[in-house]
Design a protein around this ligand. Structure first.
Ligand code: SAH
Length: 202
């Protein structure tokens, strides 16, 4: 947390949400180390520092409608649900989405809607619910998917890791009230790949 996450509300949300329930039992002892962990299906729960940083970059004040691509364990989703009004989260791997649902329900986070995308990841975004005040992609993309920029509301923030399959840069894209985009680069990071037409092909 000393590495540049200053937002009190983000830190409070992370203190409130137990991470161990989102990891497999075998890794529960490591749940409070600052490291990514396997969650099955060749996917990982993100490092807590990365969750905190990405959440801080979204600048949530409790009123937002948020889209997350890559529910995974549901841990980042739970943090978002604590800090925003409504969260819509999409995942392509059914068993992960089902497990995430159980964890979120056990924490009584009922302001989250989950969707299971087709396994090819060809759907991206959530057209019926757009626009969103904040969008977070928790898988690495080769480029910023245009469809997500379209689904961002005026004043909205999009946070996404962009790069090759082994390393990405965390980007924050802000759409101003005139619809103009401004992009800033944050830290280097390493995420599992975003799969699909606007990501990597499988
Ligand atoms: N925030 C999650 C990160 C999980 S890893 C956590 O901390 O647990 C990223 C997730 O993105 C994986 O579960 C992967 O299956 C999912 N994913 C990859 N491409 C996707 C796509 N096109 N649509 C939805 N989910 C996708």
């Amino acid at each position: 947390m000393a590495r540049g996450v200053n937002s009190r509300s983000v830190i409070d949300a992370m203190l409130k949400i137990p991470r161990h329930i989102f990891v497999q039992e075998a890794f529960a002892m490591q749940a409070y180390s600052d490291t990514p962990l396997p969650i099955g299906e060749k996917q990982t729960i993100s490092q807590p520092y990365m969750v905190a940083l990405m959440t801080e970059l979204l600048e949530l004040n409790g009123t937002e409608k948020v889209l997350e691509i890559g529910t995974g364990s549901g841990y980042q989703t739970a943090i978002l649900a604590t800090l925003a009004d409504r969260v819509y989260s999409a995942e392509r791997i059914r068993p992960l989405a089902l497990r995430a649902r159980k964890c979120l329900d056990s924490l009584r986070l009922f302001n989250v809607q989950l969707r299971i995308n087709d396994n090819e990841g060809s759907q991206i975004g959530w057209e019926e619910e757009a626009p969103f005040d904040a969008i977070i992609v928790t898988a690495g993309a080769p480029d910023v998917p245009g469809i997500l920029v379209e689904q961002l509301a005026p004043g909205g923030r999009l946070v996404i890791p962009v790069g090759n399959e082994s390393e990405q840069q965390l980007l924050k894209i802000v759409k101003n009230d005139q619809g103009e985009l401004e992009s800033t680069t944050s830290v280097a990071c390493r995420f599992v790949p975003l799969i699909g037409k606007q990501g990597w092909q499988i």
